[in-house]
Design a protein around this ligand. Structure first.
Ligand code: ARG
Length: 583
């Protein structure tokens, strides 16, 4: 189904370009920058004129003359050097919104060639506390997972737990160092385990012997030493429990809980393939794959360290093989911060040389760091790394300030207020993250991120709840929605905004960029607010107009709810505010 105005215009333009013998690669419109002049603009004449050394206005006029013949344009003009400005007929836009309103998918289409996508996000490590970097990866990854599923792809998400590298040897060495053996490991909870890890880290920084010991234990663990495997099994289990809980609170979900360790056997296969293909070589006791240095010097991939252990490279390459062979992935997308850019460049290049996943598209989405007001990575008040738990609590404290106390509002006891607090707090955290383009880092706005006004998650939730309340009132007043009629300019602007829904989602999908959705969501909520102030529903001039406005309101509610869902954010039916204690 092709419901959207923009797409219809594009189809029409393609036909016209073809009939005029013009290259139809330029036959597309964009939403106009000058809403006062037009709804859409086609700048194709300029590009064509440049190539053909012709007058762009003349080409523009010939396209415009053809476009005049179709029945859905109100006005067409060729302006400036050759921009074609198009204004659509109100009835045409209204009919489009009627279709969107009645469609289960709100007019949104599916990808043409659905395929299997594996998304690798989260990536927390055993025994280490999750920090804001793991939060960003989880939040962006979850949103992309929902977008990919929505557009029709077959998605598998995998947490890719860091459970197999030297940190494992470090923590086991530290426990042995402090306890003399590993007998008590089974009794340690996650808080104790993270404490051991912190000490191990500090010790290894200072002491070469401790580092050596950690290396030896890592190699023994990877080799299958029973004692170390058993102790490690407990550390892993406790960590996974804690991580699961953290991600559950954030509503970040995974289909698979594979870790680096699950790739161990396949690492052996990868090494075998590398030898057979003659692309690995010995280097100071290690086994490496050298990479091209075409653009910039790239260090080799280390398949086997001199102590016999596999590396972060090897487990990632082996995991690609597993995802290609077992999961039948056609595309794998990774979400980590920019510090791992080189790592993935190396991994992808080695994978290509190995020929282990020839039909799989590999993509690394790099995101920036979350900074504090000082521009440095976000820390707690006492200067520590901001962990997820603290962040969620901080957000909840903020949200509570905007909500009534339990039992101040009828039907809202402690449990209900707590649930609402949680939903809003998570929305605040996620939206603050997702409204920024992934690639850029951002400054955590400590004061504003949980406010009910401004470009925040709670503002959008509030906008939805307000419409819900309007819909309830309409229902009890016996008003039913009806065909859209566009009279006031605010109605027209709102309708045009709604008509963008499919393209916005498709752009977010192609660019793997949730901020496109966040931006649109905020704009739509604002445009709705202007509409609602200017165009009353229940007291509209006549019943038909009231029914039309009700349909517009309901469609906005549905689109906003879908958009929040795609960002991984819930939309509570009702929102409360401390001041007026009601919605
Ligand atoms: N565990 C890694 C870290 O904390 C992130 C994992 C990313 N995914 C991957 N397949 N390497 O830095």
């Amino acid at each position: 189904m092709n419901l959207l105005l923009e797409n219809k215009l594009n189809t029409e333009l393609k036909k016209i370009f073809k009939s005029l013998n013009l290259d139809d690669k330029f036959a597309f419109v964009k939403v106009s920058d000058r809403a006062d002049l037009s709804d859409f603009q086609c700048n194709g004449a300029l590009a064509l004129a440049k190539i053909a050394h012709k007058n762009p206005r003349e080409i523009g006029e010939s396209i415009a003359a053809e476009l005049e013949k179709c029945d859905f344009c109100e006005s067409i003009s060729v302006d400036g050097p050759g921009f074609i400005n198009i204004k659509l007929k109100n009835e045409f836009i209204a009919a489009d919104i009627d279709k969107i309103a009645e469609d289960e998918r709100l007019g949104c289409g599916l990808v043409e060639n659905p395929h299997k996508v594996v998304l690798d996000y989260g990536g927390p490590n055993v025994a280490k506390e999750m920090h804001v970097g793991h939060l960003r990866s989880g939040v962006i990854g979850e949103s992309i997972q929902r977008i990919e599923k929505f557009v029709g792809n077959d998605v598998i998400s995998d947490v890719h737990l860091g459970d197999w590298g030297t940190p494992m040897g470090m923590i086991l060495a530290e426990i042995e160092h402090q306890d003399g053996n590993l007998n008590k490991v089974d009794t340690y909870n996650i808080a104790q385990i993270t404490e051991f890890y912190k000490k191990a880290n500090a010790r290894c920084k200072e002491d070469e012997n401790a580092r050596e010991k950690a290396r030896i234990i890592t190699a023994k663990l990877q080799d299958g030493d029973d004692n170390y495997r058993k102790a490690w099994g407990h550390l892993r289990e406790e960590s996974v429990k804690a991580v699961r809980e953290n991600y559950k609170k954030l509503d970040v979900n995974f289909d698979l809980w594979w870790g680096e360790s699950d790739a161990h056997e396949t690492c052996g296969e990868v090494v075998k393939i590398a030898r057979e293909r003659g692309i690995s070589e010995k280097d100071n006791g290690a086994e490496i794959i050298r990479l091209e240095e075409s653009n910039k010097p790239k260090p080799p991939v280390i398949l086997i360290k001199s102590d016999g252990g596999y590396t972060y490279h090897t487990t990632d390459i082996a995991t690609i093989k597993m995802r290609a062979d077992q999961l039948k992935a056609r595309e794998i997308v990774y979400f980590t911060d920019s510090r791992q850019q080189l790592h993935f460049e190396q991994v992808f290049e080695a994978t290509e040389k190995l020929g282990i996943a020839p039909d799989v598209k590999l993509q690394h989405i790099v995101f920036g760091t979350v900074n504090g007001a000082d521009g440095k990575p976000f820390k707690t008040r006492d200067g520590g790394v901001m962990n997820l738990e603290t962040l969620i609590e901080m957000s909840k404290d903020k949200v509570r300030q905007s909500l009534p106390q339990p039992n101040e509002v009828a039907g809202y006891g402690k449990a209900e207020i707590d649930k609402l607090t949680q939903q809003i707090a998570i929305a605040a955290i996620k939206f603050q993250d997702l409204k920024n383009t992934s690639a850029s880092g951002y400054v955590f706005e400590l004061e504003d991120f949980a406010k009910f006004e401004g470009k925040t998650g709670p503002y959008i939730q509030y906008a939805i709840a307000r419409i819900n309340s309007v819909l309830r009132k309409a229902k009890s007043g016996g008003l039913e929605e009806g065909n859209v009629i566009l009279e006031a300019p605010e109605e027209r602007v709102l309708a045009l905004k709604l008509a963008q829904v499919h393209n916005v989602i498709m752009r977010a999908h192609t660019e793997k960029e949730p901020s496109i959705i966040a931006d649109y969501t905020y704009n739509l909520a604002q445009v709705f607010s202007t509409f609602y102030n200017a165009c009353p529903i229940m007291s509209a001039a006549d019943k038909k107009l009231a029914a039309s406005r009700l349909r517009l309101a309901k469609t906005v509610r549905d689109v906003l709810t879908l958009m929040l869902y795609l960002l991984g954010i819930e939309a509570p039916e009702v929102m409360l505010k401390a001041e007026n204690k009601g919605d």
